[in-house]
Design a protein around this ligand. Sequence first.
Ligand code: DGL
Length: 247
Amino acid sequence: MRVGVFDSGIGGLTVVKSLLEHQLFAEIIYFGDTARVPYGIKDKTTIVRYAIEAVEFFKNFELDLIIVACNTVSAHALEEMKEASSCPVIGVVEAGVLATANALKNKNSNVLILGTKATINSKAYEIGLKTEGFYNLQAKATGLFVPIVEEEIYEGEVLEATFKHYFKTITAPDAIILGCTHFPLISEALQNYFSKTSLLIHSGDAIVEYLEKEFELKNRYKNPKLEFFASESPDSLKNIAKKWLDI
Ligand code: DGL
């Protein structure tokens, strides 16, 4: 299968990392809209417009599937992307909800949803989790983590101060949904702040779980063909990919 992975910028590489670890695809074509990131502070109309442009971009390749690695786009524009695309389109929100439901047997579990402003405002995770029977939910927009991670700050004072700022009124959760591409990079710091026993839901692992269940992906590809495209500074995206994905 040849798959397209779409993100607003570089963050979706965390999802590519999971895809590579599980060797699911023969070819991965990544597109990051680095010229217009962040999407997480934009409104739905703009997010949908950009997302449809990404579908148009992917029409240059004969794809079998588009994976929306971006939580913000998955929360706001998945249906519109499906309508515009000739191949299936799947997103990380549904996958994250199902991964949470599979992992937590107790419906009373306290689930903390973290994401960009746009993701949290959409209530997409909350709606999905409520449909799965969860009701003990906390949600917090934590957009500052995006530039912090892009500064390669994964621990220390700046992050601690930001945790204190955001989590003043948050009670220690049983599970944390890392509802943004960047947040897996601070997962260790988040667990140190809350509790090492909090379950973390990572979009990349969730999408792998979803793919393995929904699509019959029997073959494994040790050396998939990888191509990286960006709407701005493609070389910088390629360098980050080399570093994050160890390629
Ligand atoms: N990729 C976005 C997400 O997962 C984070 C960066 C942005 O705001 O565009 O929501």
